[in-house]
Every structure is written in structure tokens, then in C-alpha cells.
Ligand binder design. Structure first.
Ligand code: MG
Length: 301
């Protein structure tokens, strides 16, 4: 099978025929939550079932960054560059301070415990947006079976006043999320009903209102097939690079499928990083891959 599947002529200039898909590591339980640290020249990535966060550096070294990790899942960096993340087991979102201590930012809403925060982004105003589906505590594999206490909401956390607000309450299982480069749009993956006969699986897009703090709409932006969208990222031109069952799908801002980078295993999440943010790091089930593209990830993280 060809490495690249060109669905729209634009995609030809997005990929590099001479840049190989490179396996960086294998033998993990299930990879998720990749985040690039340009200042440290390393990638952090969650190995959820093994309750650890791994660190990869371009010299090929893979090491354990944190274990136990609270069955960490999604990661991002805040405006000060600090690591923010999701914990299935501890049912919270956290921030790692520059002295290495881990602060729980939010673990409750309306007096009830969060379910299993899955993925997370930070907006330029400092607010932190995350998804809180049930499936991280549905099994012992990814965080220990626990009872959900809240519906699967999408939240916005404001570190300035500690407020936690529900931004969308009509998801079966919100998953990955990303803002467009101008932060006028918020994309959120719906991957709920995993054990249902007809699970709900697509990416929705919301309009961010002028106040920058509320959203409206939520129309279906794209349905990925085969498989479904878990995590995704946006490049500097607003194209969406989504996980899928057969690799990475690239979708134009108008919803047009542009092309596919084939990967041998189901992709759960990805992020841009490396030199000029042009390297795509791909969490592919039990293996970590990377490939250079001819696009650059959106400026942050
Ligand atoms: Mg996810």
C-alpha cells in the first residue's frame, strides 16, 4: 500500500514522498496524549495501561518520564509552558509546576467526581478545555473500573478563579479537541457508545463567540472512516490532522478530505513537533511513529 493516499490535489504538497514513516518505539500498552517540548527537544507521550508517561528525544532515547502517572491520557502545555494533563485513575486534570510538583486543577463538578478526563487543550487566554467521557474508567485496563458520577461533558477550566463550567452537554463521549489557529473554531471528537452496535463517531465544530469564552453550534464537521477520530491536531493553515483506523487523515477547514498517511496500526492521537513543528508524532496503538510533513503545526503548543 502506498504510504500516502491523495484524495485532493492539495495534499500532494502537504507530504514529502522521500520522508519515511519511522518507528520510534514499540511494545507499549496503548499510546495517547503526545505533547512536544521544543525547549527541551523531547516528546512526552502517555502509555496508559502501563500507568506511565514516556519521554522520547531525537537521539532515539526512550525513557520513563513519570510512573505512576495516574493513568495519564491527554496532554498540552499552558501559556507558561507547563505540562497540563488528564488522569483517568485520579479523575482529574493536573498541571506540573516548574519545580516538578503536580497540582490538581479540577476533579469535581457540582459536588461530584469527574469521570475520566481524556484530552485537553489550553486557549491563549489561559483557559483550559477538556473532555470528560466515561470510557477511561469503564475497564481495568486504562485506569481501573470505577462508577461514573457525571454525564460526559465538555468543560472549560479557568485557572484565574478556579471555575469549571460545562461548555457542551450533548456528547455521548467527547474525546480529542483542538482550536483553529485563530481560535474562532473549536473542534471536538465524538467517539461515544464504544460498546454500542452503532456508536456515534465524528468530529463536531463549534463557533467560539466574541467573548472567547463561550461556544455555539456544534455541527458535524467530518466523519472519519475506517475507525474513528480519537485525538487530532490542527496545522498552521487550519487543516485538521485526525487519528483514524488506517492512519492519519487530513481534512481541509471546509471539511474536504485531503488525504491519508497510512500507518500499520490504529492511530489514537498525534501531535506536531520537532524542527519547525513539521514532524508529525503518531501514537499507533502499541507503537510510536513519526513522519516529516510539508506543513507546520499551529503555533501552540
Ligand atoms: Mg483520546
Amino acid at each position: 500500500m502506498d504510504q500516502f493516499e491523495i484524495l485532493d490535489p492539495r495534499f500532494k504538497s502537504f507530504v514529502l514522498p522521500n520522508a519515511p514513516l519511522t518507528k520510534l518505539g514499540e511494545g507499549f500498552g496503548w499510546l495517547e496524549g503526545p505533547v512536544w517540548f521544543a525547549d527541551l527537544n523531547c516528546l512526552l507521550v502517555s502509555d496508559i495501561p502501563n500507568d506511565r508517561i514516556m519521554r522520547w528525544t531525537p537521539d532515539g532515547t526512550l525513557s520513563v518520564f513519570r510512573q505512576p502517572s495516574g493513568f495519564a491520557n491527554g496532554h498540552y502545555r499552558d501559556m507558561q509552558g507547563r505540562l497540563i494533563g488528564c488522569s483517568h485513575r485520579n479523575r482529574c486534570i493536573t498541571r506540573t509546576e516548574i519545580d516538578g510538583t503536580v497540582t490538581v486543577l479540577a476533579d469535581r463538578h457540582d459536588g461530584k467526581r469527574l469521570n475520566s478526563p481524556n484530552d485537553i487543550v489550553c486557549k491563549s487566554d489561559g483557559t483550559i478545555w477538556f473532555s470528560d467521557p466515561h470510557y477511561g474508567i469503564n475497564t481495568d485496563y486504562e485506569g481501573g473500573k470505577q462508577e461514573p458520577e457525571l454525564p460526559p461533558y465538555l468543560y472549560r477550566f479557568d485557572p484565574r478563579d478556579g471555575s469549571l463550567r460545562v461548555m457542551a452537554d450533548d456528547f455521548a463521549g467527547p474525546n480529542g479537541l483542538a482550536f483553529s489557529p485563530d481560535e474562532r473554531l473549536l473542534y471536538v471528537a465524538e467517539s461515544g457508545g464504544q460498546f454500542d452496535e452503532n456508536p456515534t463517531r465524528h468530529i463536531r465544530v463549534f463557533d467560539v463567540l466574541d467573548d472567547g469564552r463561550t461556544i455555539s453550534g456544534g455541527r458535524i464537521f467530518h466523519k472519519v472512516s475506517p475507525g474513528f477520530t480519537d485525538g487530532f491536531r490542527v496545522d498552521e493553515d487550519g487543516n485538521v490532522w485526525s487519528s483514524a483506523g488506517d492512519g492519519v487523515h487530513c481534512i481541509a477547514p471546509d471539511g474536504t478530505p485531503l488525504g491519508v498517511i497510512h500507518v500499520p496500526f490504529t492511530v489514537s492521537n498525534l501531535t506536531f513537533g520537532g524542527r519547525n513543528r513539521a514532524q508529525l508524532f503518531i501514537c499507533a496503538s502499541h507503537s510510536l511513529y513519526a513522519i516529516y510533513t510539508n506543513r507546520r503545526g499551529a503555533q501552540r503548543p
